[in-house]
Design a protein around this ligand. Sequence first.
Ligand SMILES: C=C1C[C@]23C[C@H]1CC[C@H]2[C@@]12CCC[C@@](C)(C(=O)O1)[C@H]2[C@@H]3C(=O)O
Ligand SMILES: O=C(O)CCC(=O)C(=O)O
Ligand SMILES: [Fe+2]
Length: 314
Amino acid sequence: MGDATDCAIAAVARSAQEWGGFLLVGHGVPMELLTRVEEQIKGLFALPALEKERAARGGGYGYGVPPYILSFSKLMWSEGYTFSADDVRSEFRRIWPNGGDDYMRFCDVMEEFHKEMRALSKKVLDMFYKALGISADHIGEVESQIRDTMTTTMHLNMYPKCPEPERAMGLAPHTDSGFFTLILQSLVPGLQLLRRGPERWVTVPAVPGALAVVIGDLFHILTNGRFHSVLHRAIVNQDHERVSVPYFLGPPKDMKVAPLPAAILPGRKAEFRSVTWREYMVVREKMFGKDASALAMLRVTEDERDAELAPGMN
Ligand SMILES: C=C1C[C@]23C[C@H]1CC[C@H]2[C@@]12CCC[C@@](C)(C(=O)O1)[C@H]2[C@@H]3C(=O)O
Ligand SMILES: O=C(O)CCC(=O)C(=O)O
Ligand SMILES: [Fe+2]
């Protein structure tokens, strides 16, 4: 994948525009490592509830479902754990205060996974740049700043077997807010993307060793809407538990994100205002449960565009 072919780049461009996601194979992260990651996560969630509660979510990180999930009426049939990929050892002392073998094994595997995923995420970003027509030898200052400062957040989802799957939801429909997400999923399907025209939920197949890639809202802004941030959800099933590990890539929380000039098509203008991830999360929280989307709030209106044109026209 390091030297992705023109054909692969064209496929990335097409799926990022039309779907907002795709399955990535041949990425080089060893399948055997992915299996170990899944085993460790199942072990973590199998711990007694009281031990997991020690790490109860606070300040955004820790055990428990993400807060936004609580604003949906349907029962969420899942457990979650969010942490900064760079702080595995300190974070999981909350679960295993005295360290020990289980703690060491868990941290070793997660750190190995993080190292591989971090390297892969840079390759994926470069593929996206190429897919936008930004060639490797003409990468601008902003593009390389993004490449050098991208942050990584890991989230673990466990969806237990559900006796009445049609009455529950694994994870409510949402878009990821960052740049893009690489998702490792069990061999049990459950992730669904909303396909447009006409709208329908499409299940992402569980392909051994494949990673699902999903475009987030800040990438939608960065690409001036050329790449589509896709609404997705996770459903549950009666017969198998399922684990997924989204690896979220995004800017540092206070970096301003605006459409990349090099990504704006000829004859078009920037269609989104600049925003930081932190600011975006505030806007999005306000929009939950309402009809309008947070992205729509950041769209430059016709009036604003006219106002911008006006001085030059006088
Ligand atoms: C780095 C991230 C990405 C977050 C916020 C923060 C930590 C937890 C992530 C999730 C995980 C579950 C869905 C989501 C929508 C949620 O509520 O929490 C995600 C969200 C986002 O993509 O916005
Ligand atoms: O379980 C999945 O496959 C999707 C999880 C997801 O979308 C998320 O945690 O943001
Ligand atoms: Fe997601």
